[in-house]
Design a protein. Structure first.
Ligand SMILES: [Zn+2]
Ligand SMILES: [Zn+2]
Length: 591
């Protein structure tokens, strides 16, 4: 007995026998050179898709077996004389009708099998061969069949060759090839100008997803848990031509970013409220932080467009998401919050107008990555009388290269380095970020550092939680921690007096009041509250010294330090906290 491998039917496991049979071919090997030269004219993304994978495949291409012994499909239009063996190929339904005298409404089997032709050589009967065409024949002619050619010609002459096709990397020998083959056979050229070859979605460990492996995640489930926008953004932000590993953790990361973007708009629209928005001319903006943001906006728009032109969807998508998360939310809003919320109308109106201008320009870009989120924001906050009824009808604003200020960008990079070195210096001695420090001295010979500090000292003070920022050398008679950044050194004063400690405590209180507001579902800028606090003498002092600051930051009309919970009559929420080892009870009441 010889034990050997045996092919079986993939559906019913019936053993199969492989044997040679006679088939019809198209001699593709004759046009191999033409296929190669036509393929070289196509723009491939990624380039190695065309230069390596597709080219390798074309180099080894063999003659094409076009006949199949099946029932459903395109019947092969070949008739053979029973008597003399003459072969005729019908070029059209019209030709078949002329030759046979039979008009068919349906050219498929079984009807077409009934049609016979009289042989013009010997007068015998010609019958169709029973075969059908390889399905790759149908797929290969989709570029003209879908345009009604050859019955109609205008659409094809207008659109041929098509600009763009996209499919997975399994289609190198599939659709990419079948289109090229039919294009070259019938029209003498590649039927497409550019190809984006995308990857597959795999599981977290990089395995193919299969129901039987139990690692298959139905898209409906992803959409149900995170929504379409989040799923779409998850896919779009990854390199399209690489296989994509799906993970719930990855979805959560994207969800967090979209949530930050949503909160940017909630914040903006809350403070825009019914304020008058001034139409700004971005070229007139003078404040360096606003100028920087507008510069960033224009760079984002420029990079987005360039990335899209080259089908780099991931670069474009990350540009817009990072702009809103890193530049707008994490940096700009933190430093501009005070001005946007300022009681001084002129200040708040100026800053809110810049923010409004930037966000209004961003929305059409955002709608490409997260269409539902963008539509909601547009309809809720930005659609004015006379505007199109959907974000999808807005045109993408053009970037203005005049507004791109590369110097300001590089200065902000220096600022970011200073802030990050301050964070490292703090954590090296276990100093909390919420503890305000008296001052930072920045020491550098680099004129750009000096300029960065002059332009953005406010950003450094807010982000590094300082009361002062200076350029210079550290004095000898003060306690410091030192940090360094690419460009210089920083010295953080460790002289933490009562003032700084109380301010630090006030920040701790603000943070907890804000957490409690959130728990009660109260939006900053909308609902106002009363706050009652029970704590030790230092807490009382902190509230006294920083009353306005706490009240302003938590939208409170009243902050009262109590000795006894009895003094708090009615409250919405009371909570016990620990702040620097002290027990503090906070009550928040919505007014
Ligand atoms: Zn079977
Ligand atoms: Zn004949």
């Amino acid at each position: 007995t010889v034990v050997h491998k045996y092919p079986v039917c993939w559906r019913c496991d019936t053993p199969l026998i492989i044997r040679a049979t006679k088939q019809w071919f198209i001699r593709i090997s004759d046009i191999r050179e033409k296929l190669l030269s036509e393929s070289d004219k196509v723009e491939w993304v990624p380039r190695w898709g065309g230069e390596r994978r597709f080219r390798d495949w074309l180099l080894g291409v063999e003659d094409w077996i076009i006949s199949r012994q099946r029932y459903w499909g395109i019947p092969m239009p070949i008739w053979i004389c029973e008597k003399c063996g003459k072969v005729e190929v019908m070029g059209s339904s019209k030709e078949l009708e002329d030759r046979s005298g039979v008009k068919l409404n349906d050219l498929h089997r079984p009807w077409v099998d009934e049609v016979s032709i009289k042989c013009d050589s010997c007068g015998g009967t010609m019958r169709r061969i029973p075969d059908i065409m390889d399905v790759w024949y149908d797929s290969g002619i989709s570029f003209f069949a879908s345009l009604g050619y050859p019955y109609k010609t205008d659409s094809l002459s207008e659109m041929f060759p098509v600009d763009f096709i996209t499919e997975g990397h399994d289609q190198v020998r599939g659709w990419f090839f079948s289109l090229l083959r039919m294009g070259v056979l019938l029209f003498g050229r590649a039927p497409y100008r550019s190809v984006l070859m995308h990857g597959f979605m795999l599981d977290e460990k990089g395995r193919e997803m299969h129901k039987r492996l139990g690692n298959y995640v139905p898209p409906q489930e992803i959409v149900k848990r995170f929504g379409r926008d989040c799923f779409r953004a998850f896919v779009l932000t990854k390199v399209p031509w690489q296989d994509l590993r799906f993970s719930w953790r990855g979805m959560e990361e994207v969800w967090r970013k979209l949530n930050i973007i949503w909160n940017v708009y909630v914040f903006a629209t809350t403070y825009i409220g019914d304020k008058e928005i001034k139409e700004i001319d971005p070229r007139d903006v003078r404040d360096p932080i606003n100028k920087w943001l507008i510069s960033r906006l224009n760079i984002m728009m420029k990079n987005f467009r360039e990335a899209m032109e080259g089908y780099n969807l991931h670069i474009a998508s990350n540009e817009i998401i990072n702009f809103l998360v890193e530049d707008v939310s994490h940096l700009y809003l933190r430093v501009s919050r005070k001005k946007i919320r300022s009681k001084d109308e002129a200040t708040s109106s100026e800053w809110i107008s810049v923010l409004y201008y930037v966000l209004r320009n961003v929305i059409p870009y955002l709608s490409i990555v997260t269409p539902f989120l963008a539509e909601k924001i547009y309809l809720d906050a930005f659609m004015m009388d006379g505007d199109p009824e959907s974000v999808n009808f807005l045109t993408l604003p053009e970037p203005d290269s005049y507004m791109i200020d590369e110097e300001l960008e590089s200065l902000m990079d220096i600022v970011r380095r200073i802030i990050s070195s301050s964070g490292q210096a703090r954590s090296s001695v276990g100093l909390k970020k919420r503890q305000p420090l008296r001052r930072m001295i920045i020491s550098s010979e680099n004129p750009a550092v000096k300029k960065a500090v002059e332009n953005f000292s406010e950003v450094i003070m807010i982000e590094a939680n300082l009361r002062e920022v200076e350029l210079g050398d550290p004095p000898k008679d003060e306690k410091w921690i030192e940090g360094s950044f690419n460009g210089g050194k920083i010295y953080l004063s460790l002289e933490i007096g009562e003032e700084e400690i109380l301010e630090g405590l006030s920040r701790e209180l603000i943070r907890r009041i804000q957490l409690m507001r959130k728990e009660l579902g109260l939006t900053l800028g909308v609902e106002r509250i009363e706050v009652y606090i029970q704590g030790d003498e230092e807490i009382r002092k902190a509230v006294d010294s920083f009353y306005d600051d706490i009240a302003w930051n938590s939208d409170a009309d009243l902050i009262k330090v109590v000795n006894d919970p009895e003094e708090v009559s009615e409250f919405s929420l009371g909570k016990e906290w620990e702040i620097d080892g002290k027990k503090v009870v906070i009550w928040v009441k919505k007014i």
